[in-house]
Design a protein around this ligand. Structure first.
Ligand code: NI
Length: 264
């Protein structure tokens, strides 16, 4: 196993702690004889110069990842970029950031305070992306932030770590249609995100996605331990473009609804 494989393995372990449901899904698929390949791994951050997309992306660029596309999610006030590795078997990396120019003073002030705890030396270490939150969070502020942006509240509560991994449906042997996979998941007791319908996108978008709803995880706050939404597991089926190439990008309008997998 090389350094990059190890890095992803550490991420999967951290993610599994916050999302035992993903481990359970992974296990159900494996027991059904499927081999799980990751389509992409997603991270969330803010457009603050200390922790922006470009800063976090350095940890992947170092391993040879290349930036491929930019996305704007106007309704959610998010910008995003995705990165690909020249060796196609590595997952794509999707990093989004909340645009601080577009949020209330409550959120921009909270982010400035959070960033006081983020030292440059921490950010330069690749383990920053599995390190969680370097600040102590208040549940009262968490709730206030959540009433404006569930996305911002997620980063405030959980810090820096994978928000989701994604099963690459094309690589499943029997369950390689999203409808069949969704049916399988529901039969195994997993609850799917139904915002905007179970399946986001269509073959005409060259991408279909679905996801579980995030687990509620006991999280330590200043005031005590509270259950808040953590991570979810995503599923992606990709289609071939008229050019004959597989579509490797993302569809803003679908991702908009997928972001809601961490809503309460
Ligand atoms: Ni995703």
């Amino acid at each position: 196993m090389n350094q990059l494989d190890l890095y992803f393995e550490k991420m999967w372990n951290d993610y599994g702690k916050l999302n035992p449901q993903a481990r359970a899904v992974y296990q159900s698929l494996t027991q059904a004889g499927e081999k799980v390949v990751n389509d992409h791994i997603a991270f969330r951050t803010f457009s603050h110069p200390k922790i922006s997309i470009d800063i976090l992306a350095q940890h992947f660029i170092k391993y040879g990842y290349v930036q491929k596309a930019n996305y704007v999610f106007s309704e959610k006030k998010l910008n995003a970029k995705h990165y690909e590795h020249p060796e196609g078997h590595y997952p794509k990396v999707f990093i989004s950031e909340l645009d601080l120019k577009l949020v209330s003073p409550l959120i921009s002030t909270a982010v400035s305070r959070m960033c006081e705890y983020v030292l440059d030396t921490m950010v330069q270490d690749e383990n920053f992306l599995i390190g969680g939150r370097p600040w102590m969070a208040s549940f009262d502020l968490y709730q206030k932030i959540a009433s404006e942006s569930e996305y911002a509240a997620w980063v405030y509560a959980h810090g820096f770590r994978p928000n989701h991994f994604t099963v690459y449906i094309n690589h499943l042997k029997k369950l390689n249609q999203i409808q069949d996979l969704n049916q399988f998941l529901k039969e195994h007791g997993f609850k799917l995100n139904n915002f905007g319908g179970e399946i986001k996108g269509s073959p005409a978008d060259y991408l279909e996605q679905s996801s579980t709803m995030a687990n509620q995880i006991e999280t330590q706050f200043e005031e005590g331990v509270f259950k808040v939404p953590a991570c979810y597991y995503e599923f992606a089926k990709r289609y071939t473009l008229p050019s004959g190439e597989l579509f490797e990008g993302f569809v803003a309008r679908s991702a908009d609804k997928i972001f809601e997998s961490t809503n309460k």
